[in-house]
Design a protein around this ligand. Structure first.
Ligand code: F6P
Length: 344
């Protein structure tokens, strides 16, 4: 092992730089050069990379985003791009490649690894959505939950002053993890997630019960991927990205409009959007990312290609990459039941 490539793909999340730092520091202790590939799979297809010196990662532990840049490029959209990626891996003289990403980036890593065309791949799971089944937690999730919780805390005071319903729309795509955790932590009065279809009659009845009981305001945490019974996803664009995903968004506005129309209670909505992905990682995420980065380089040294790092309980272990891309990890229903104890 002399040269190891590293790339970050898909939506960024806090902790990516801490993983890169962990990889580079572990590599330098083993006299390995790390080659940073720009903007995810795009950089491998277009042959854009530069070496990352151990000194250059000194101050990036606390920094959000990714120093490597990212993209949602899917080389499998065009067969010639897969060929270019394989060719450039050789041109960069890589002995292995560490791919850090969510289900899309890991899906590409899995295919490239399985096709057995000489690419030695180790993967690291990341996403604020926490929806990868092969790991108990992804880094970035804890930070996003903290940001969403603070937002809910802040909405309490303004909702209370104005005797309003406040709807807060939270990211997470088709899994309600961020909404459920931040909803519980922030004391939201209703938590609506993609895993359970929304019943507008029940929602309004709950709000009216709160009002009748003298509770002057209500906070609703809703996932961007939540849908009404018989409804569709609220989307910002109908077009699909290169991995076939729609851009979700708009359910908060839709729900607030429906609530106001039916209950006549003044209702506002707030969309947290990419604020949940930006900024410095929490200490939990810094520790998890650091452990993932160091473990990923250990897997490279052990030549355990086709594996990804994963958190199981309190241990960081290795699991086949395909386990990470198999099934969407939806929320723990026992936790949802706990949350329901506090609904009116
Ligand atoms: O997967 C992470 C995520 O932030 C989702 O929660 C959200 O739906 C999506 O990415 C937004 O993607 P983009 O950054 O392309 O708008």
């Amino acid at each position: 092992m002399a040269r190891v490539g590293i790339l970050t793909g898909g939506g960024d999340c806090p902790g990516l730089n801490a993983v890169i730092r962990g990889v580079v520091r572990k590599a330098s202790r083993n006299n390995i050069t790390v080659v940073g590939i720009k903007d995810g799979w795009k950089g491998l297809v277009q042959n854009i990379s530069s070496e990352i010196s151990p000194d250059s990662v000194s101050d990036i532990l606390q920094k959000g985003g990714t120093i490597l840049g990212t993209s949602r490029t899917n080389p499998y959209k065009k067969p010639e791009d897969v060929a270019k990626a394989i060719e450039n891996y050789k041109k960069m003289k890589l002995d292995a490649l560490i791919a850090i990403g969510g289900e899309d980036t890991l899906g590409v890593a899995n295919k490239l690894s399985k096709e057995n065309k000489g690419l030695n791949i180790v993967a690291v799971p990341k996403t604020i959505d926490n929806d990868l089944s092969a790991t108990d937690f992804t880094f970035g999730f804890n930070t996003a939950v903290g940001i969403a919780t603070e937002a809910i805390d802040r909405l309490h005071t303004t909702a209370e002053s104005h005797h309003r319903v406040m709807v807060v729309e939270i990211m997470g795509r088709h899994a309600g993890w961020i909404t459920l955790y931040s909803g519980i932590a922030g004391g939201a009065h209703l938590i609506l997630i993609p895993e359970i279809k929304m019943d507008i009659d029940e929602i309004c009845a709950s709000l009216m019960r709160r009002k009748a009981a003298g509770k002057g305001y209500s906070i609703i945490a809703v996932s961007e991927g939540a849908t009404f019974k018989e409804g569709q996803f609220a989307t910002q664009e109908k077009e699909l990205d290169s991995f076939g995903h729609v851009r979700l968004g708009g359910i908060g506005e839709m729900l607030a409009g429906e609530i106001e129309k039916r209950t006549k209670i003044e209702t506002r909505y707030a969309v947290l959007g990419h604020i949940q992905r930006g900024g410095t990682p929490s200490s939990f995420d810094r520790v998890l990312s650091t452990r993932f980065g160091v473990k990923a380089m250990e897997l490279v040294l052990e030549k355990r290609f086709g594996f990804m790092v994963s958190l199981r309980g309190t241990d960081v272990v290795a699991v086949p990459i395909e386990e990470g891309v198999g099934t969407l990890k939806t929320v723990d229903m026992k936790l949802y039941d706990t949350a329901k104890t506090f609904f009116d």
